[in-house]
Design a protein around this ligand. Structure first.
Ligand code: 2HG
Ligand code: ZN
Length: 467
């Protein structure tokens, strides 16, 4: 394992104390990885600042000693963006986790970057408000990481991605300077909005240290329906009708194999009497007393058209949560098969074409493997997970899937889609960036990186190589 230069390690210990500079091998291993399992963690050290001044000092030390920094939030990422596999210093924001202020007049919340998403949601809720970016890992993901990856989740169709909710951002750049961006303003047309450059930049331009987030009123009475569906094309027809007639909050789908794994793993009851090839999960707001009648009519029409086989509706909060588990527990359930993940998107109108082409690719190349389909299909985002059979090594499996990715991404390029809808590029997708971004775009990104981080110390080798 690489180690930090002695003078740097001494300075970090002196500034941060033992709690801010753990050196046990377990800590290094834990802080050196995210949820990906394709690279072994090998950081040279871990620093946990307690203040913005600490963050600035750590970056200055890294510059002086030429040591790379890997910013670290809740490490729930799925593209290797927080992996430290090459003697880097991990900079974890875990100790900077305070909610600083909830402001009902501005409908905003200000917090440190290490605040956990669920704690932010709870603080908003205490004021009768809501932070609406939500996903299965919200119990451990941190807002700094959400911002660095522009996290999406299960209600993007209604509320959009993290980007839509960040009204202020404090960031320390690779030159150890603090930027205070947009300061919570709703309206501020004063040139280039650097805040938006930072959002989704995966830690290559600066370290988020504080954020101000917009809040909104929670939906009146959210209800969930799980629908058994005969084909993928039926899902898109149901989506169109739901969106036209209901205040939709989420529109997700999953395959029968996904359901099978989740109910087996957690001993859950089957949601419907029979099993169907696919399921749609629709969450909607019960905006008026008529919603039930509207819904019944909608389902009847969809059944008559052959799109819906059967459906179950939540009648209380615990039923709503139970139905959500069928979708939200998929990723964690299949983790033990070291899945090869695809997180792809296209415009909603192109989804039927995408599904058709991906289905044929899967039939040709993965006929012998278990393929789990699920995702936020209502916003054009499909998660396609290929499960690793026990008798193939991780690297042989990855090589095989990567070669199929070339074809998958070529067809996405044809459709103008994205190779990474919400999980970011990190390490795992950087070889494929060219399928979603032009050469000019990548050259401009490199130039921007040099402006914010002239020494190239922030998360080097993530998203794209320096040259
Ligand atoms: C989800 O939608 C997450 O559940 C994880 O984005 C997706 O595991 C995945 O591929
Ligand atoms: Zn997702």
């Amino acid at each position: 394992m690489a180690t930090l230069p002695t003078a740097m390690a001494d300075a970090l210990l002196h500034r941060l104390g033992p709690a801010g500079f753990p050196t046990e091998p377990d800590a290094l291993e834990n802080f050196g990885r995210d949820w990906t399992r394709f690279t072994a963690p090998a950081p040279a050290g871990v620093a946990l600042p307690a203040s913005v001044e600490d963050v600035k000092a750590i970056i200055q030390l890294a510059r002086d000693h030429g040591i790379a920094i890997v910013p670290s939030g809740g490490r729930t990422g799925l593209s290797g963006g927080a992996m430290a596999a090459d003697g880097e210093l991990v900079l974890s924001l875990a100790r900077m986790n305070k909610i600083l202020h909830v402001d009902p007049v501005n409908r905003s919340l200000t917090c440190e970057a290490g605040a956990v998403t669920a704690a932010i949601q709870a603080a908003a809720s205490e004021q009768g408000l809501m932070y609406p970016v939500d996903f299965a890992s919200s119990g451990s993901s941190q807002i700094g990481g959400n911002i660095a990856t522009n996290a999406g989740g299960i209600q993007v169709i209604r509320y959009g991605m993290t980007r839509n909710w960040v009204t202020g951002l404090k960031v320390v750049t690779g030159t150890s300077e603090l930027l205070d961006l947009n300061r919570g303003l709703v309206k501020n047309n004063t040139g280039l909005d650097l805040r938006h450059l930072m959002i989704g930049s995966e830690g290559i331009l600066g370290i988020v240290v504080e954020a101000t987030l917009a809040l909104t009123k929670p939906p009146a009475n959210p209800r969930v329906m799980v629908i058994g569906v005969p084909s993928m094309s039926a899902i898109m027809a149901i989506l169109e009708h739901c969106q036209a007639e209901l205040p939709v909050l989420a529109f997700e789908f999953f395959s029968d194999l996904a359901l099978d794994k989740v109910i087996a793993q957690h001993g859950l009851p089957q949601p419907l009497q029979d099993r169907y090839p696919f399921y749609a999960l629709v969450e909607f707001e019960e905006a008026s007393a008529d919603t039930d009648i509207q819904l019944a009519q909608l389902i009847e029409r969809c059944m008559a058209a052959g799109w819906v086989e059967d459906a179950v509706l939540s009648h209380n909060e615990s039923q709503r949560r139970a139905l959500w588990r069928l979708r939200e527990d998929i990723s964690e359930t299949i983790a033990r098969w070291t899945p090869y993940k695809n997180d792809i998107s296209t415009t909603v109108s192109n989804v039927p074409l995408l599904l058709e082409r991906v289905e044929s690719l899967v039939a040709t190349h993965y006929a012998d493997l278990e393929v789990v389909w699920y995702g936020h299909i209502g916003d054009g985002n499909l998660h396609l997970n290929i499960l690793k059979p026990e008798d193939i090594s991780v690297s042989a499996f990855q090589d095989r899937c990567k070669s199929v990715s070339e074809q998958l991404f070529t067809l996405l390029e044809d459709l103008g889609g994205s190779i990474s809808a919400e999980h970011g590029v990190g390490l795992l997708k950087k070889d494929f960036l060219r399928f979603s971004r032009s050469e000019q775009e990548i050259a401009l990104m490199r130039g921007i990186k040099r402006q914010f981080d002239p020494d190239g110390i922030l998360n080097p080798g993530k998203v794209f190589d320096p040259m």
